[in-house]
Design a protein around this ligand. Structure first.
Ligand SMILES: [Zn+2]
Length: 200
């Protein structure tokens, strides 16, 4: 049976790199992997999944209004059967998108591997991440570390001046802000004033 997998972590843990490696493994074996990414994430170029270590691959870009079950049904109607679907930046999806992917798993019997952030810079779950935590078949944490060596599970947003943002939109794409992944203790310190730009 196909499953819906949620691979989650904080920023800069290497999720996109893992996605690209896993997709490559399918293609190397002659199996078709379908890559998807939200259309408004254009940091690596529209419809491109890029990783910090330089790997990239083209993906199908979908709009916020897209019906992923309909889109994938259409794409699976031509060419080789789709062996696995990979979705990057899952936190940019809507809750409806998550359910559409669940239906792809259940009705089309295609495994779906979703990669995304668990929480935003204020420590709140993204809507899609909350939905994924509720209904995914399997969840896997992609790990990275804080400057202190503990597991980083949180992220702070820094503005151009290196100041910690405590308010603002949950999603900002293409701005000058920078994100730093921290353990819960150091995130708590940063959000409560004990933070200097030099440590970033
Ligand atoms: Zn720490």
């Amino acid at each position: 049976m196909a499953k819906l997998y949620f691979n989650y972590s904080t920023m800069n843990a290497g999720k996109s790199t893992m996605l690209l490696q896993a997709a490559y493994n399918y293609e190397e074996r002659g199996m078709r992997a379908l890559l998807l990414i939200a259309a408004f994430d254009e940091r690596a170029g529209k419809g491109i999944i890029g990783s910090r270590i330089g790997l990239q691959a083209s993906a199908v870009a979908f709009e916020q209004e897209a019906d992923l079950l309909a889109l994938i049904t259409e794409l699976s109607g031509s060419g080789e059967p789709i062996a696995c679907i990979f979705v990057d930046e899952a936190h940019f999806m809507t809750r409806q998108h998550v359910w559409q992917l669940a239906r792809v798993v259940d009705r089309l019997n295609i495994p779906v591997m979703v990669y995304g952030l668990r929480t935003d810079f204020q420590g709140k779950l993204f809507p899609a991440s909350q939905e994924l935590m509720a209904i995914a078949d399997e969840m896997r944490e992609v790990r990275t570390i804080c400057h202190c060596g503990r597991k980083a599970t949180m992220v702070v947003r820094l503005d151009a001046g290196g100041n910690v943002a405590r308010e603002g939109a949950q999603i900002e794409v293409g701005g000058n802000e920078k994100y730093v992944s921290l353990c819960r203790r150091h995130w708590d310190d940063a959000m409560n004033g004990e933070w200097t730009a030099e440590r970033a």
